[in-house]
Ligand binder design. Structure first.
Ligand SMILES: NC(=O)c1ccc[n+]([C@@H]2O[C@H](COP(=O)([O-])OP(=O)(O)OC[C@H]3O[C@@H](n4cnc5c(N)ncnc54)[C@H](O)[C@@H]3O)[C@@H](O)[C@H]2O)c1
Length: 345
């Protein structure tokens, strides 16, 4: 049986372990590594198999895994990927794949040369809402994309520091940026404004709120607003709106997909929204709900790809994850310099 190891045994690691435990023993959960020994040991006990380590090289020497889930914070990438590729181990890595664009580009080249199977934790790509959204995008000329993601500052100590997390756009709103470029179009240029606000006054260096204008390669425009100013569940948001001439799709990520369109049966039906955002009676809304567990499907797809040697069902491999990182880092650069930045892969 193929052996699987994990590096990083905390929050997102726990999410993946839950999924791996639902895979009916398709792989041997053989090694768990965390800098904090108790965390690795807790995962070993939850799995009911394998061994716990604090050094991933020692784990690789002793467990010899076929595949690994890399679930470490954004700043901790580097040696882990270098060693994983050197040893020819297939890997799943959490987003953002790195904070260092040059390293990420080099790593993508090395992965390709080594012929490894890779996947990135953009699980939103596996939602059951993606196919109907793709059909909408194929059938309608979208002119404007409006996305937002607002949350609070998570409790991880590394999160409010730019050199550790990359900030809100790179660490969190990258899910939206990834979906937009994967589903709709690649960005040609971005212009971002950021405000440090209360976070800056508390001594942190990330922006509390940003707004980005995106020029897409095909000529459409987009706006992405991201914030980590929300408290106690207020003002939380995570959605993307794709607007065409007569239809609009509103995707609440891994939740619902609304299609607003002209109601042909309504007398004199026209597609308008009232000024306060309430839809006109002449507009028909169809709502779809997500039916699958996108995170489970994302992880299962990677594991099955390694077992079969066929990576064609993986929706985001390492090289593609690097493009989403480049998009997010370009926004950061624009916010820092105050000028638009071209996005080139
Ligand atoms: N796909 C998603 O929706 C999603 C959701 C949450 C987090 N994430 C991503 O997952 C990553 C980790 O986030 P988290 O919330 O789990 O962070 P965390 O801080 O809760 O956990 C990271 C763990 O990695 C361990 N670690 C760090 N360096 C290590 C090393 N060299 N060897 C072994 N262990 C090491 C730490 O000790 C810690 O236990 C981040 O990049 C985050 O953006 C993705």
């Amino acid at each position: 049986m193929k052996r699987l190891a994990m590096i990083g045994c905390e929050r997102i690691g726990s999410y993946h372990l839950d999924h791996l435990l639902q895979m009916d023993g398709r792989v041997e959960l053989a090694g768990f590594c965390d800098l904090v020994p108790e965390k690795a040991e807790l995962f070993r006990r939850r799995a009911g198999s394998g061994r716990a380590f604090t050094d991933f090289r020692q784990m690789y020497d002793e467990v010899r895994p076929d595949m690994v889930f890399i679930c470490v914070p954004p700043f901790a990438h580097g040696d882990i990927e270098d060693e994983t590729i050197r040893r020819g181990i297939h890997f799943f890595v959490e987003k953002p794949v790195s904070l260092d664009e040059a390293f990420a580009r080099r790593t993508a080249d090395r992965v390709k040369k080594a012929g490894l199977i890779t996947a990135v934790g953009f699980q939103c790509r596996y939602s059951s809402l993606i196919e109907p959204l793709k059909a909408f995008l194929a059938g309608n000329e979208v002119r404007l994309v409006e996305a937002s993601r607002v949350n609070g500052v998570p409790e991880m100590p590394w999160w409010p520091y730019k050199n550790k997390s990359g900030g809100m756009l790179v660490e969190s709103a990258i899910h939206q940026l990834d979906l937009i470029r994967w589903l709709f179009d690649e960005p040609a240029a971005v212009c971002t404004f950021g405000e440090g606000g209360a976070l800056r006054r508390q001594g942190y260096d990330i922006d509390e709120v940003t707004t980005t204008i995106i020029r897409f390669r095909g000529g459409a425009l987009g706006v992405m607003s991201a914030g980590c100013y929300a408290t106690e569940g207020a003002s939380f948001d995570s959605k993307i709106t794709f607007s065409a001439g007569e239809k609009r799709a509103v995707h609440r990520i891994i939740e619902t997909l609304d299609f607003h369109e002209k109601d042909e049966d309504a007398e004199g039906g026209i597609f308008v929204t009232k000024g306060d955002g309430v839809l006109s009676k002449k507009t028909k809304t169809v709502t779809l709900r997500q039916e699958n567990d996108a995170g489970l499907d994302c992880d299962r797809t990677f594991v099955e790809a390694v077992l079969s040697g066929d990576a064609s069902a993986i929706r985001c491999d390492y090289a593609d994850g690097v493009k989403s990182l480049i998009f997010a880092l370009a926004c950061n650069r624009s916010a820092e310099t105050g000028v638009p930045v071209e996005v080139a892969y």
